[in-house]
Design a binder for this molecule. Structure first.
Ligand SMILES: Cc1cc2nc3c(=O)[nH]c(=O)nc-3n(C[C@H](O)[C@H](O)[C@H](O)COP(=O)(O)OP(=O)(O)OC[C@H]3O[C@@H](n4cnc5c(N)ncnc54)[C@H](O)[C@@H]3O)c2cc1C
Length: 137
């Protein structure tokens, strides 16, 4: 989504400073990306925080056996990963393509929080109540 389906690249110096690598910063970098169509950006927007922390820890550890690896100029590649985007297809009453099977809440990928999930439950319950009490409406 951020890179037009390309791999994202960030300088380690930008990574630890929490800023994006721009075209101009990459242009001034002495290490040139071997992956030519990689798009400069911010790995913080595509990787979960824990993985960012682990990457940083690994680079610092590797720097002890290969000094220089934790240089600002080292390039890191990353793919955009979203773990929560799977969604069950539903209509506007939250009914699936299987008649009378409704899916709601976080498990269905529809909500991501207490308020949304509660409202989702109420909405569907009211719909089902109306269907049951006055099916002609
Ligand atoms: C640690 C943590 C902290 C969070 N903090 C916040 C917060 O501060 N603010 C916020 O808005 N949201 C927060 N959330 C998210 C919030 O908890 C969820 O968005 C919300 O609970 C989703 O509601 P739900 O009804 O869709 O699913 P759930 O609350 O997960 O309810 C699903 C229910 O289905 C039951 N179940 C599962 N399988 C079966 C089965 N086979 N048969 C029968 N029952 C089954 C489960 O036991 C569970 O009771 C937090 C979540 C976590 C994990």
């Amino acid at each position: 989504m951020l890179t037009g389906k390309k791999i994202l690249v960030q300088r380690y110096g930008d990574f630890i400073r929490g800023r994006r690598t721009t075209e101009s910063r990459l242009y001034r970098n002495n290490i040139v990306p071997t992956l030519k169509d990689a798009v400069p950006g911010d790995l913080g927007l595509v990787l979960p925080y824990r993985i960012m922390v682990d990457l940083d820890e690994m680079i610092k550890a590797l720097d002890k056996i290969a000094p220089g690896l934790a240089s600002d100029e080292t390039l890191l590649y990353g793919v955009e990963v979203k773990f929560y985007s799977n969604k069950v297809m539903v209509d506007d009453t939250f009914e699936t393509s299987l008649k009378n099977l409704y899916t709601l809440g976080d498990g269905a990928g529809i909500t991501r929080g207490l308020m949304q999930a509660s409202a989702n439950g109420l909405y569907a319950a009211r719909h089902l109540y109306r269907e049951e009490a006055c099916p002609e409406n």
